[in-house]
Ligand binder design. Sequence first.
Ligand code: GN1
Ligand code: MG
Length: 558
Amino acid sequence: MNEDQKSLILKSSSHFPPPPGVKLSYGTAGFRADASILQSTVYRVGILAALRSLKTQCVIGLMITASHNKVTDNGVKIADPSGGMLSQDWEPFSDQLANEPDPQSLVSLIEEFVKKERIPFNGKHPAEVLLGRDTRPSGESLLEAAKQGISAVVGAVAHDMGILTTPQLHWMVRARNKGLKATESDYFEQLLSSFRCLMNLIPDRGTSNETEDKLIVDGANGVGGEKLEVIKEKLNELDIEVRNSGKEGGVLNEGVGADFVQKEKVVPHGFGSNHAGIRCASLDGDADRLVYFLVPPNNCSKIDLVDGDKILSLFAVFIKEQLSILEEDTKGSNNYKARLGAVQTAYANGASTYYLRHLGLEVALAPTGVKFLHEKAAQYDIGIYFEANGHGTILFSERFLSWLEDKNQELSSTHEGSEQKKAALRLLAVSKLINQAVGDALSGLLLVETILRHMGWSIHQWNALYQDLPSRQLKVKVGDRTAVVTANAETVAVKPPGIQEAINVETAKYPNGRSFIRPSGTEDVVRVYAEASTQEAADKLANSVAELVDRFLGFRSS
Ligand SMILES: CC(=O)N[C@H]1[C@@H](OP(=O)(O)O)O[C@H](CO)[C@@H](O)[C@@H]1O
Ligand SMILES: [Mg+2]
């Protein structure tokens, strides 16, 4: 770093002092806080993004969003060259960068890091950062802060991509770094063309199928609703009605959205008894989560939730079917047994894990946070990962895709129009429709819709793949949530000493009982999860484990 560079950072950072007494940490969702205290953080993440771009010599993404959090919050996160989350080994530096109050020390911190990481300041490519933001009112001024941070790095270029869903920005970063077309219209074009390809390959059963036409989507009053309106205009094949699109004056994430629907299991605002029995879906505030639900006819506030675990299961059934068809072609010269795996967290309903194993899939467990699931899923030829809350996607390995392309060619000459050829084309279309950078509610929704039609299933038939074990999630406020340390993908609490034994004693009292605790990465709470054979038992177990947390870790009066 030369003197000009140092004085540029020194000068510009003096306009962005961090708020006194606040310590932020780059968690599972980047930095998140009340929007009013985030100017300096976003500015510094601008610097970070430019440095990351220099280091990798690739385009980097910077997204301003607080997803499902309340509208007055905001946040910022980085998309790495592959379109995935920021590499974990840069997280400690991100924390130091965000929290350093003194401009001179900030410059020294950056200088040391640049040396340690050997970041090339005279590399072939100047830093290039794509910027996106959700619909939050604070987004515009935070975007300015990000631009200031980026331009504090000599030669760095920022491209404002406008209001986007988080997955759109990740998709653009991935596409740019693969040398592909990467505008928002390219994104829509890829989704729509692969969707149509799958629709054209739906088997003709000669009878009308069970899938009802209409789908009603809760857009969480956020960016996802807006973008779905755009997709809807270009789609004649689906009958979609968007509610809570943000245009009706509702507040982002208030009584609406995938997080609300999944956690509270009640109907979102704008839905009621007139929607009973109709297929409904809900997106979160930045449209990287998707859940489906049904409003039952009799009890209209409680919903039947079709969550991320069930979306995973639906995708698994479909992909397994296509792989089996391909494997039937034993005469071909080019055969390959693909490894299909599923990745879940401890929050996955026990019934879903059981179902997936019986389907013949390998099921791996990862800690909460999509970066962990993504990493594990990338180890399979086809890895499907989902958090129960609806965040997930499907990853195809390069090796498998190139085999599939070859197989498709081979089948073109020998088996045109055959079931094998169709299976190969379907899998290729899925690999283009699904957003392989990160979980994407819009592309996920289009895939769910085509698979339901392919199977001829109603949402009821889909929901009946297995029956969820009753579960309960609680939050406990404690003095210091970091006192809880977990192991084995968060299924065991190793600290504080003795708490796991006490949880085991409680769990053993209930048939099919399972319970675990972990510190949240996004809120100042310890989360408690419990499941058991009945709702009453799950509630009781969750409450008694919450009491244990309180007893071991709660606020003490002394
Ligand atoms: C139980 C739960 O839903 N946890 C969510 C939540 O993380 P916590 O660390 O539990 O606060 O937000 C994360 C980011 O969106 C998401 O990845 C995760 O699944
Ligand atoms: Mg989100």
